[in-house]
Design a protein around this ligand. Structure first.
Ligand code: ARG
Length: 585
């Protein structure tokens, strides 16, 4: 696989070399280079460098220019102001670089990093016997995109779906099932929707008895004890709740067009065997202390109302372990056994205090060292059109499946309107790709930490920053390539480029750098913004540069080549985000 350095990095290197040659005594010559409207790139920082070396900035700049303008890379370098350089790369350099990317169909010339780490990514973690809500949607969509991006940069990733499959509510559920056998049909017999509706019914019914019948409450409490003691019959029923829930989870993940592996569904219960030891280690090392019988960790800086310290509860006074104990045990597992170098949690920002305390505790205990990063990618709330947390008109949480179905239906309308030569089956297939893509893109195109409005009309719009706009750009290129028939996309570095071609070309060249930067910041919205700009530059290019009717066969081939590389880049980028690119729309 050929790694193709970007023009930005090549220019940067050239400039650094020229500066070092002009200032042999300077310790380091690291010019700042950024994209610019005036030229292709603008170099900055020469003024500061000149000052440090007591040189005249303008003279230094002129000297550097002389060293720079050899060879075919640059078309023009111009000194502007005291020590700015406006740098224009040659048309030839653009086309040749892009041709090298085009030759590497898999990775577009973007090399994976040399020393990858291992990221354990905790995402898509719904709760057993409960309906998934839009918050779980966000975690799934953002987590899946981050995972795709990390893998592309060469990072090894391990998924952990930390599902809520443990806790006192299972005493109530299991006890109810014992007293009402047959309420849950065997897992083999139900689909996702039936499974969830059965679970919902059992949940509501058991809650009603639990709240009204003291004797049942007591039996449910004893059932928790039996569950924790590993009683076989109790565990079997618990497993039934988990299995039925998984059928439901999978049906939602399938609709979301998202791969979830069974061996990566490792819920809270999976850490039960580690929790007593976790507590013991924390207590022995003094990281946790006993307070009113409970085992807790205090933090100087974390205080609640009345300036009272807010502790992290590792073990309750009755001996029970909760959410914090399972997360602390999970950290030990992920670092010591899975050998993670990075821990990433895609969890609602409202849990950020929890993670802050958990990470700090793990650092004090020595489970998290300086070699391991831990980050909660806390995402914001999904809002309804009214700007309040997204609910149905009746004030209930929206069923995720209904919402995805509705998105697909809306998309079908849009696809049908445009479709000239599509069969009904094809329309439905495209509708799913467009509808689900729209939901994912709307989520991913805003910075994760911010809230966003769930607005289906806007999401499936053909205009503006939507996935449909990107998918149309892709499909349009495919249609041009089909029309081109025998004429194949071929790079012609000898040709002069129009401004719109140059702009498109330079943006195409920046794909790899953008993905690396976005990944380092855990920022999928930067990939989305890149792709939107790519589609916009493509539109401008179409407007200004006829493709099939260009001047002469060489230019037709070269423009087809630009189109095809744009399509591949769109495809690659959208695949990272988990969004499909249909060949026809
Ligand atoms: N199941 C939890 C919820 O629905 C999210 C779990 C997040 N992951 C974790 N390691 N705590 O809120």
């Amino acid at each position: 696989m050929a790694s193709v350095p970007s023009l930005a990095s090549t220019v940067h290197q050239r400039l650094a070399d020229a500066l070092t040659a002009a200032l042999p005594d300077a310790a380091s010559a690291d010019p700042l280079l950024r994209r610019s409207d005036r030229a292709d790139f603008q170099a900055n920082g020469i003024l500061a460098l000149a000052k440090k070396s007591k040189a005249n900035p303008r003279e230094l700049a002129t000297q550097v220019v002389e060293k720079l303008v050899s060879g075919e890379l640059l078309a023009d370098v111009e000194v502007s102001g005291p020590g700015f350089l406006n740098i224009t790369v040659s048309d030839r350099a653009i086309t040749e670089t892009l041709a090298a990317r085009y030759a590497d169909a898999d990775r577009l010339g973007v090399a994976p990093k040399d020393t990858p780490g291992t990221t354990v990514i905790d995402y898509a973690q719904p709760n057993v016997a409960k309906e998934m809500h839009v918050g779980h949607l966000r975690s799934a969509v953002i987590g899946d995109a981050l995972r795709g991006m990390l893998e592309f940069t060469g990072e090894r990733t391990i998924g952990r779906h930390h599902i809520g499959d443990w806790g006192t509510q299972f005493g109530m559920l299991i006890q109810y099932l014992i007293e009402h056998p047959g309420e849950l049909a065997p897992a083999e017999e139900v689909d996702g929707e039936q499974a969830m509706s059965n679970l919902n019914r059992v949940y509501k019914a058991s809650r009603a008895v639990f709240d009204s019948d003291e004797a049942f409450k007591e039996r449910a409490r004893k059932r928790v004890v039996a569950l924790q003691a590993g009683d076989e019959e109790t565990l079997k029923l618990w497993q039934q709740f988990v299995d039925e829930s998984k059928i439901y989870f999978y049906s939602v993940f399938n609709k979301l067009d998202m791969a979830v592996r069974d061996d990566e569904i490792v819920g809270e219960s999976a850490y039960n065997h580690l929790m007593p030891e976790t507590a013991r280690l924390l207590e022995e090392s003094g990281v946790a202390v006993r307070s009113d019988g409970a085992l807790v960790v205090f933090f100087d800086e974390i205080r609640g109302k009345d300036d009272q310290p807010v502790p992290l509860i590792v073990q309750k006074a009755d001996g029970g372990f909760g959410y914090a104990a399972s997360d602390l045990s999970a950290i030990r597992d992920r670092v010591l056994d899975l050998k993670a170098t990075n821990l990433l949690y895609v969890v609602d920002v409202r849990q950020s205090l929890h993670f802050k305390m958990v990470f700090e505790t793990a650092r004090r205990a020595g489970w998290l060292t300086d070699e391991v990063t831990a980050h909660n990618m806390g995402y914001g709330t999904v809002l309804g059109a009214d700007g309040k947390p997204f609910k149905t008109r009746e004030g209930e949480t929206v069923k995720l499946e209904d919402l995805l179905d509705e998105a697909t239906q809306r998309a079908a309308e849009v696809v049908r309107e445009k479709a000239r030569d599509l069969t009904e089956d094809e329309i439905q297939e495209r509708a799913a790709q467009v509808g689900i893509g729209a939901v994912k893109y709307a989520d991913l195109s805003t910075s994760p930490s911010r809230d966003y409005k769930f607005d289906l009309d806007q999401m499936v719009s053909l205009h503006g920053d939507t996935s449909v706009y990107l998918q149309y750009a892709y499909a349009r290129i495919q249609s041009i390539l089909r029309k081109a028939g025998e004429t194949r996309p071929t790079a012609h570095p000898e040709l002069e480029l129009a401004p719109a071609e140059r702009a498109l070309g330079l943006h195409l060249d920046a794909f790899g750098e953008t993905v690396f930067e976005a990944t380092a910041e855990y920022a999928p919205h930067k990939v989305a913004a890149y792709l939107y700009q790519l589609a916009s530059l493509l539109t401008k290019f179409y407007d200004q540069c006829p493709v099939l009717k260009a001047d002469g066969p060489a230019q037709v081939e070269n423009r087809l080549f630009l189109c095809d590389l744009t399509a591949r880049t769109l495809h690659q980028g959208m695949a990272l985000l988990g969004i499909r690119t249909p060949e026809r729309l």
